[in-house]
Design a protein around this ligand. Structure first.
Ligand SMILES: [Zn+2]
Ligand SMILES: [Zn+2]
Length: 135
């Protein structure tokens, strides 16, 4: 979905009938609102598992790869996007020394504050803590 072929669908933009507007307004039922709220709450909860931009900035080191040969072999591939890390690319190193593309690391850590490789918690530090959460 999301193709940019939307010019031929409507014969005229000026025919904005109030009927259509009413139809749209009626489409949001209380049930849908409820679902929407659940979705938003879920989303908020999910992002609470992530780190904030400030935390990412504080806990990880941003730098630029100049020589891929200096990276340990396991880090020459970004395990977030599964693409190679190339010279000249900005990367981020987590406290556990695992390194990813800067963009990938940020995107990942905003959703999940743990290292995708070793589950190290970049905000709480150690990962061997007490996890007493039941679903
Ligand atoms: Zn990547
Ligand atoms: Zn790690």
């Amino acid at each position: 979905m999301g193709n940019a072929s939307s010019t031929t669908d409507e014969p005229g933009n000026r025919s904005r009938s109030p009927q259509a507007a009413r139809l749209q307004a009626r489409e949001v039922t209380p049930l849908e609102l409820l679902l929407l709220r659940e979705f938003v709450e879920q989303h908020l909860q999910q992002s609470r598992d992530g780190a904030s931009a400030g935390e990412i900035e504080q806990r990880t080191a941003a730098w630029t790869v100049t020589d891929v040969g200096k990276l340990p072999e396991e880090l020459r591939t970004c395990c977030v996007c599964l693409e190679d890390v190339c010279a000249g690319q900005p990367v981020r190193t987590l406290p556990c020394l695992h390194t990813f593309h800067a963009q990938c690391a940020e995107e990942w850590l905003k959703k999940k504050k743990t290292c995708p490789l070793c589950q190290f918690d970049i905000v709480d530090g150690a990962d061997g803590g007490s996890s007493s959460q039941e679903a």
